[in-house]
Design a protein around this ligand. Structure first.
Ligand code: GAP
Length: 453
């Protein structure tokens, strides 16, 4: 059976990610570990650019948000109070024929009969809950008293530190606490490359407010988050805000949106924006016996704040950035014949490398020396990459393929050999249009810096 264009596109993306060092299978030389991924030299830069930009927009650019960085292991009582120990589960079904373990929503139904999507078998167990938290033991004894879990979301450390952060930051409602960090879920069926992983990162904001502000802030944060995705280069047409219906929403949430992206494998959630009411703080207040109330100095009232939570996945957003950027077009090769050009059209803000620097020929010392001077000149301002090997067209293609938005070439004109007025100028090539302009070396940092920030 031939694969659909979307499936083929996804295969090309996965293969490019490995070939160019964005994403590798974790523990690959031992056969991998399902649901776990390693980011290579380019992947880690892309991920960092995303996290840094999120932090910049959500914390540094605002007066009403502060950050924190909580531990991954927490007292088990946190997970009891939050409800995760009892209810953080997916319904799981076993196929008795091929022994596959399936999420109940993966089971196909034909003419009212449930079937295994792997082998077509009809001998399936009834769905039963499977807790997604990874259990572990703290200390030298492995017993009930030492049990805890790898956190399945970063949010809970924000809730349990609410009082400490409030006291030290002296913020007034509404205000938020932001965190970026690892989360772990023992997903029954990790799939779609990094989309559903067992170890992943989240970027979460808990924005505390008064009850009467909750619904308005939910819409405010949805709009802010949609803007964010557009500012990192994701087109609005590929984003969708889904209103989560009552029957799918957590019982304590008064409203939730899923921000979905049009991946090659379908529309899927990038981020949830949820109005969680005062559920989390109240649960922890009741379970710990410690007050998590806010004192309003104007009205002299004490109350447990409500919270609106935009919660985004780092890995899913990185995957969306790569899917969005991936494109193939036609460009002339060295002999002027058209060939397919593979290009990652990253927003310059997200691109792992901002500028390639190339001496036209590697065996001409003055060209190489000038190119290295330019590297030193640009390095304090942006990530640069020096490449002297192969024909210049090949070098451009290699940078196109990893999404480098700019390329600087040092040629004989730079040395002033043909025309003294061109001394210390270079060609600056733009990835998407492939247009080239001649600019002075001294102007380069000033031209490039605003284009990448
Ligand atoms: N604190 C709320 C919370 O954790 P969630 O919808 O379960 O809500 C938030 O997760 C985001 O975390 C998701 O929108 C997604 O981007 C990311 N995420 C969740 N599970 C994931 C997984 N197995 N692999 C990759 N990312 C995941």
């Amino acid at each position: 059976m031939s694969r659909s264009p979307d499936a083929q596109r996804m295969e090309k993306i996965v293969s490019l990610c490995k070939r160019r060092g964005f994403v590798f299978q974790s523990s690959e030389i031992y056969g991998g570990l399902n649901g776990c991924w390693d980011y290579g030299p380019l992947g880690v830069e892309l991920k960092r650019n995303l996290k840094n930009y999120w932090w910049h927009v959500m914390v540094h650019e605002r007066d009403d948000v502060v950050g924190m960085d909580g531990s991954i292991l927490m007292n088990r009582a946190v997970w009891k109070a939050s409800g995760h120990e009892d209810t953080f589960s997916d319904p799981m079904v076993d196929c008795r024929s091929c022994k596959a373990r399936l999420r109940a929503d993966q089971v196909i139904e034909r003419k009212g009969v449930r079937q295994c999507p792997n082998c077509g078998g009809k001998d399936l167990t009834e769905p039963r809950p499977f807790n997604l938290m990874f259990k572990t033991y703290v200390g030298a004894t492995e017993g009930e008293s030492s049990v805890t879990y790898l956190r399945p979301e970063t949010a809970q450390s924000i809730f349990v530190q609410f009082k400490n952060v409030l006291e030290v930051s002296r913020k007034k409602l509404p205000f938020g606490i932001a965190q970026i960090g690892k989360a772990f879920r023992n997903e029954i069926n990790p799939r779609n490359f990094t989309f559903r992983s067992r170890e992943f990162e989240q970027m979460e904001l808990e924005y505390f407010c008064r009850a009467e502000e909750g619904m308005k802030l939910l819409d405010y944060w949805l709009e802010e988050r949609l803007k964010f995705y557009q500012n990192i280069g994701i087109s609005r047409e590929k984003l969708h805000a889904r209103t989560v219906p009552d029957e799918e929403r957590a019982f304590y949430s008064k409203g939730t949106y899923d921000i979905e992206y049009d991946f090659p494998f379908g529309w899927q959630e990038l981020e949830g924006v949820a109005y969680r009411t005062d559920y989390d703080l109240s649960q922890h207040q009741n379970a710990s016996g410690k007050s998590l109330e806010y004192f309003d100095e104007e009205t002299k009232q004490r109350f447990v704040p409500h919270v609106v939570e935009p919660s985004a996945g780092v890995d899913r957003t990185v995957l969306a950035l790569i899917c969005e950027a991936y494109s193939e077009d036609e460009a002339p090769d060295e002999k002027g014949e058209m060939e397919t050009r593979l290009v990652l059209r990253f927003h310059p803000r997200m691109a792992p490398i901002k500028c390639g620097v190339f001496p036209l020929l590697k065996n001409k010392e003055p060209l190489v020396a000038k190119a290295k001077e330019i590297i030193d000149l640009l390095r304090p301002h942006l990530t640069v990459f020096y490449d002297e090997s192969g024909a210049i067209g090949r070098r451009y293609r290699r940078q196109d393929e990893i999404g480098t938005p700019f390329g600087v070439t040092v040629d004989f004109e730079t040395l002033g050999e043909k025309d003294a007025t061109l001394r210390d100028t270079v060609t600056l090539r733009e990835r998407d249009s492939m247009k080239q302009e001649r600019v002075a070396i001294n102007d380069l940092a000033g031209i490039l810096t605003p284009r990448i920030s």
